[in-house]
Design a protein around this ligand. Structure first.
Ligand code: ADP
Length: 545
């Protein structure tokens, strides 16, 4: 239950809406059951008065019937409105909470989960939490309370009928569904797991579709999807069988329950404990009482699936943060001397990516890291940006990086990382992300340095052109230069550029290098590259190979 407690805690701000929905649910149930009770009593009393030719005040009961009917209809409308509003508010709180938890975990969280799996969890599992309130919590409370209220109401006239009703309400609403839940537990868990797996597989297959075709592996991938899909269908069939069993069993036990109430009230009638109209009233009330417990089977049946989704949400949200922020952040330094001493780092479960690494960049100095792929160049950049915790010492302006708040530190460093993400927005929006208040001249200047100006001018929509998901509508070289322009716009004293000219032809590369020379005067630069032209930008080169 721990995982559900986490979800409930996140949505506790919405308790008024949740409680309102539950209260309205009970009010609607009461109005409906009382409507049936009063109607039964009224019709039977009218009939008896007709037979006995006695007068009968039908104004009060008929007004009560009208009142209850209106209350039922209006109440049902209000209940739907409030419960759905509650569910949507709970979902919205949950989405924001999860996003705020995930954001600082990035990029380390992508080491653990594929992006397909993450987006599946963000979407599917969070959406499944709608059921937690709408189909589990609200029906459990409404159902439980309606069972108690119904039993108490019938007990006023006939104790034995109340016991019979309670027994069959418990059987229909709780025991049968619990049995069904036991049957559904395993397929429910499997179904949630397989749904996640399938979603991730399909997303992966679509994103890597070109590679699969190229490698002739699309059949194999399709086979895997088809196998998972087949297993999912069989888990869902098991679930459906469980649901059918609950439904049929519920109908049967409700029918026999009403029959038992009829027998008990008939006995009470024969010993003149109750009169005829009361018998009819109790019978119709009992039949209506089952409606209050109607949501219980679904609630108990959905519980395992929703619990599994909650577990998966709790699992990612409790991923430990990649770095620990200091309790008090050191003041930002005046100078920007950067010194790395005996720095080591290993990715989770991998051999060390960096071992006893040393580097010194004085304020305004420019250093290039070169070496074969995989020696840890990008890792050095990530450590500097405080995306991951390092071993050894890295100081900036004399203070250990660990002593600075990550966000403060990143204000001093502008970076164009190797796989800088482009958002599915316009070129302008992607660039000004680093400085939202940048003026038109600033944007124009960084476009010029990144040699993007002519290309942007040639686009019909210019800077307002959308780059597509992950920059899919622009070329690799253009994407890289957009992230270079973004980093330059930030105008920070330290610049980290990871292969900024990758994918450019020699002439454009030289253009970018020349313009960068002018633009970054006075700034510290850590450049990762294997292109000779770029080495013009730096004072010293460290070969990590
Ligand atoms: P370079 O930039 O020099 O190509 P990287 O810093 O990207 O090298 O990688 C250094 C080593 O760490 C490589 O062996 C690489 O496979 C590994 N590595 C990089 N990123 C990850 C990651 N997210 N999870 C696990 N291992 C990683």
């Amino acid at each position: 239950m721990g995982e559900l407690a986490i979800i409930l805690k996140v949505s506790r701000r919405q308790w008024r809406w949740v409680a309102g929905g539950i209260l309205l649910g009970i009010a609607v149930f009461a109005a409906n059951a009382l409507l049936m009770a009063v109607s039964g009593w009224f019709i039977a009393s009218m009939a008896l008065a007709g037979v006995a030719k006695t007068s009968f005040n039908y104004f009060i009961p008929s007004a009560a019937i009208r009142g209850l009917a209106i209350a039922r209809t209006v109440g049902r409308y209000g209940e739907r409105l409030v419960t759905h509003s509650a569910a949507l508010r709970v979902l919205s709180d949950l989405r924001v909470w999860l996003f705020l938890r995930l954001e600082p975990l990035s990029p380390a969280i992508l080491d653990r989960y594929s992006s397909g799996e993450l987006s599946g969890r963000l979407r599917g599992d969070v959406d499944a939490m709608e059921n937690l309130y709408l189909r589990i919590i609200a029906p459990l409370f409404t159902g439980g309370l309606s069972i108690l209220l119904s039993t108490a109401f019938v007990a006023i006239w006939c104790r034995s009928a109340a016991v019979a009703l309670l027994f069959s309400l418990l059987l229909t609403g709780i025991f049968l569904p619990l049995m069904a839940k036991r049957i559904a537990d395993e397929p429910g868990r499997r179904s949630a797991e397989l749904t996640g797996e399938l979603r991730s597989m399909v997303a992966d297959g679509l994103q890597g579709g070109a590679e699969l075709i190229l490698l002739g592996a699309e059949e194999r991938h399709a086979g895997q999807v088809s196998r998972a899909s087949y297993e999912l269908v069989s888990a869902q069939e098991e679930l459906a069988r469980g649901a059918a069993f609950t439904l049929a069993g519920g109908l049967f036990s409700a029918g026999t329950g009403v029959l038992a109430v009829l027998l008990c009230t008939a006995v009470a009638f024969s010993v003149q404990q109750i009169d005829g109209p009361q018998l009819v009233m109790l019978l119709l009330f009992s039949a209506a009482a089952f409606e209050g417990a109607a949501g219980l089977p679904t609630a108990l049946q959905l519980l395992p699936t929703v619990k599994e989704s909650a577990r998966r949400i709790a699992e990612i949200s409790s991923t430990p943060p990649p770095i620990l922020e200091p309790a008090v952040s050191a003041p930002l330094p005046a100078g920007f001397d950067l010194v790395m001493r005996n720095v080591s780092f290993s990715y989770e479960g991998s051999k060390p990516a960096l071992r006893e690494f040393n580097l010194e960049i004085p304020s305004g100095g420019r250093v290039a890291l070169v070496g074969p792929s995989g020696v840890g160049k990008s890792t050095v950049a990530d450590l500097l940006l405080r995306f991951r915790e390092y071993g050894g010492s890295i100081t900036l302006g004399g203070h250990e990086l660990r002593d600075y708040a990550g966000d403060d530190l990143r204000m001093l460093i502008a970076a164009a990382r190797q796989n800088s993400h482009l958002f599915n927005a316009t070129i302008r929006e992607n660039i000004v992300l680093s400085r939202p208040d940048a003026g038109e001249d600033d944007i124009r200047e960084v476009l010029h340095v990144a040699a993007l100006d002519e290309w942007v001018a040639s686009l019909p929509q210019g800077l307002e052109t959308r780059v597509g998901e992950g920059g899919s509508s622009v070329s690799g070289g253009e994407a890289r230069r957009i992230s270079l322009a973004r980093a330059l716009l930030k105008d920070a004293p330290i610049l980290v550029l990871d292969e900024p000219t990758e994918g450019l032809d020699c002439a454009t590369e030289q253009l970018v290098v020349n313009r960068l020379q002018q633009r970054i005067k006075g700034k510290s630069l850590l450049l990762i590259t294997h292109r000779p032209a770029c080495l013009e930008l730096v004072d010293s080169v460290i070969n990590m190979g």
